[in-house]
Design a protein around this ligand. Sequence first.
Ligand code: SF4
Length: 316
Amino acid sequence: MSLRLSPSKLADYENCPRLYEIKHVLKVRQRETSANLPFGSAAHTAFEASVRAHHAGEPDKLNVEDVFNKAWKAEILRTKLIKYSSRWDEQSLLATGRAIVTRFHQLWPKFGLTPLVDDQNVPQLEIMLSCEIEPGVQLRGKLDFIGYDKMGRLAVVDFKTPASATPEGFSDLDDQLTAYQLLVLHNTEMLGVSDVARLGFLECLKRKVSTSGRGKGPEVRAPDLVPARSEEDLAAFVEKVKFNAQCIREGRFYRRPRMAYNTPCGLCDFQELCRTGEAENAASERFGFAPSNVEDTEPDTPAVAVNGDGGGWFVI
Ligand code: SF4
């Protein structure tokens, strides 16, 4: 059976195999969606529109805030139940989103990035790529931006909207960027490129818009591009993906709570299911049996929602 992996699914497995099982094998989901997801998605829609408008030489014709607002509304309609953290509500999140996309639109020409285009001069943005790691194991990823830096070097850039900046030097280590380089290298012919020279993040820091004039507010940072991974780095990553894929196929889904000082459990959406062992029951309710194979169908097709209104288990 085919196993489809993505950088985020690999991260889930490495973070905690039991979490991976609940989320990607049993396909349990919370009924409520964190507001971070529709926010990031709406911001990416606006970033993409901005890059396309600049590429077309018509940045002034784009109302990027409008694009963000419409994308947000579409996401809300699609997602329905949104969960806000204690620090945010819809209005403050929207104000931050509008500020970020406006700044992005202003700063984009200064970043010196030119998108890769197809033979119709259409920028290759938000492009889904896949490659076979070994028979039956596929790696997939959606790349925000492939293009050229000021020096004409091919660069893969991931747009992010985190609350705080990634640690210094992390771009040299990040598995997502490694996976993206690998995906481009497996698709050079289709993309019309020969190699990847730079990798990095373009971070848009999701801070509240200040109403008092104090505080830093949202920030769009210049892309932090580092040299692409070496062949040895890529080979080591492929070995790791193969190892994790083997563990997944063998059903090695042990809990990985680690120690109190570095446990992932505090941020785990499935803590209650994990503690009570109810995950299989929740999935059985939906399917009539608990799915036991590890064939990965589309990752965004949840089977079961949990912890909705009034608590308990819910079936979509
Ligand atoms: S609660 Fe902890 S051990 Fe259980 S699935 Fe979540 S992260 Fe893993």
